[in-house]
Design a protein around this ligand. Sequence first.
Ligand code: ADP
Ligand code: ADP
Ligand code: ZN
Length: 216
Amino acid sequence: MTNLILLGPPGAGKGTQARLLAETRGLTQLSTGDMLREARASGSAMGRKVAEVMDRGDLVTDDIVIGLIEERLAAPNGKGFIFDGFPRTLAQADALGALLDRLGLTLDAVIEMRVEDEALVRRISGRFSCGTCGEVYHDRTRPTRRPGVCDVCGSTDLRRRPDDNPEALRNRLLEYYKKTSPLIGYYHAKGKLASVDGLAGIEEVAAAIARILDRA
Ligand code: ADP
Ligand code: ADP
Ligand code: ZN
């Protein structure tokens, strides 16, 4: 069993690498961003509550995302979990630690994906994804093979996120540096942290992550 956290600013490549790891290692991707977007799309009371917060690029309250993760961890999974975009605050990190303890699970690695701000802006402004299967693309670095058609599932429902605009991104970066980056020190102190150069190509980043997991 392998349980890992992918830690990094918006656009660092967490979702892209999480999907690859799910495919190559049979791990279950737990993306709180995806769960919150699903809640919005379903029109639930919680979804309506978080919509504005997400569009502004602010963080959603800890109890909501902790509750989402708690629900998913209760479903048994043999191979392990990839936490993608969670935890994002120290309170979330403490809650995750307590949850894993209670379930008798261990955290094997926290992988920090380092990407500088200018590159994040380029990544976010070119990002789009498949509304049917969730595959993540980029106008320049990872275009679809046929324009307008998802490589994986053939859907033509390709979408951009409402929060992938310069203003919301500025806010998301501020939130990251204020509230999430302290987790780097937190996990370093626990001896769990490893860092990869997130500026490298998708395959190279995947290889660096694989090396870390194979020695964890
Ligand atoms: P990114 O691609 O920027 O890393 P995500 O899809 O992970 O974005 O998250 C999108 C938005 O969902 C965040 O800006 C935030 O509003 C909300 N969100 C996702 N995960 C969390 C979390 N763990 N804690 C608080 N808010 C979250
Ligand atoms: P995050 O989940 O951390 O917000 P994503 O995985 O959604 O990041 O990646 C953000 C954008 O950058 C997407 O358009 C994706 O296709 C692209 N991307 C991801 N990894 C790389 C990489 N190593 N090099 C170039 N572009 C990348
Ligand atoms: Zn698709």
